[in-house]
Design a protein around this ligand. Structure first.
Ligand code: BMA
Length: 310
């Protein structure tokens, strides 16, 4: 087992929240100075979501939660009418800002938007990047051959594959390609979507993603791994066939949407070689799973390179 669940899971629940909410889940995560910052998706009692910061020294316990919503939807803007969801965070080296890609829910469907911040208190909105229906997006922290890259998950003819796109300016996106498709017959046959931000390692970009299988009693959301080429991230070096995490604990099996592990944030602690994976559990609470980076890479490098026809 590569991942072990933190013994005091779930680490964040609606009961701990400083104001009345329905659920807290699907957090973006990043290390800021010596703290872990989570930007948590919070669903209010109308069913709309906003984002609220929770901070912790060790990334496990003693979370300090902002007393009120940190980033609310701007309801004067069409695309944010029904709330903000599922943020992913990277540090953009060139601009020296944190970039947050999140799902803004328009009446026309969910789409991918970008905001930047330096301090997680004030945010600059850059608006929608791609039209609906699109989710599960994250920009890479740097350019490749002069272009930024974005992983995202459009829904096209009911098919949900992971795509990659490129941009000279973080605004105009093109050169669209399928990166990681669903795999007929396997646990990720119905839909796939990027999990946390891509993680740069000497061997390539580590991608953690969710895969969905539809069953007679609803969808099962599990967690998989892939590795992308470091300088040409549209090339998949390897992809694990087996899932790495599967809804098993009670807080993953009982909740507003049962049977869901939905990873959205990661922090790598170089000192201990540990990867902290933050995930939404059953669309109700936040869980933490921990793995050793060296073990993950060793396992992944033994996995097959996908054929281009897959
Ligand atoms: C996905 C997203 C996530 C959610 C998951 C399970 O499509 O909407 O926000 O956690 O479904 O319900």
């Amino acid at each position: 087992m590569l991942f072990r669940r933190y013994e005091n899971n779930p680490i964040l629940t609606a009961n701990q929240w400083p104001y009345p909410v329905n659920a807290v889940f699907n957090p973006g995560a990043i290390k800021v100075d010596d703290e872990t910052v989570l930007l948590v998706r919070v669903e209010d009692l109308r069913g709309f979501s906003h984002l609220t910061v929770a901070r912790s020294k060790d990334g496990m316990a003693d979370w300090r939660i902002d007393p009120s919503p940190t980033l609310q939807s701007d309801t004067s803007v069409q695309e944010e009418r029904w709330g903000l969801e599922d943020p992913r965070i990277v540090w953009l080296e060139e601009q020296e800002v944190y970039a947050i890609t999140y799902v803004s829910f328009s009446k026309g469907g969910p789409l991918v938007s970008l905001a930047t911040t330096k301090d997680f208190r004030t945010f600059t909105r850059h608006g929608p990047l791609l039209p609906p229906e699109d989710k599960d997006a994250c920009v890479f922290p740097r350019r490749f051959q002069g272009r930024f890259a974005l992983i995202h998950r459009p829904l096209i003819r009911g098919e949900g594959h992971i795509w990659i796109a490129f941009s000279p300016d973080l605004r105009h996106w093109g050169d669209h390609r399928v990166l990681l498709p669903t795999r007929p017959g396997l646990w990720d046959c119905h839909r796939v979507g990027l999990g946390p931000q891509p993680i740069e390692t000497p061997e390539g970009w580590l991608i953690i993603y969710h895969g969905v299988r539809s069953t007679a009693s609803g969808s099962l959301y599990r967690v998989g791994l892939a590795l992308l080429d470091l300088e040409e991230p549209w090339k998949v070096i390897c992809r694990a066939e087996e899932w790495l995490l599967n809804p098993r604990e009670s807080y993953e099996r009982v909740g507003d949407v049962p049977g869901v592990i939905f990873p959205t944030g990661v922090v790598v602690h170089q000192e201990t070689d540990e990867l902290f994976l933050y995930y939404g559990a059953a669309d109700s609470s936040v869980g933490l799973a921990i793995a050793h980076m060296s073990k993950i890479k060793e396992y992944l490098l033994s996995c097959p390179t996908p054929r281009s026809s897959e």
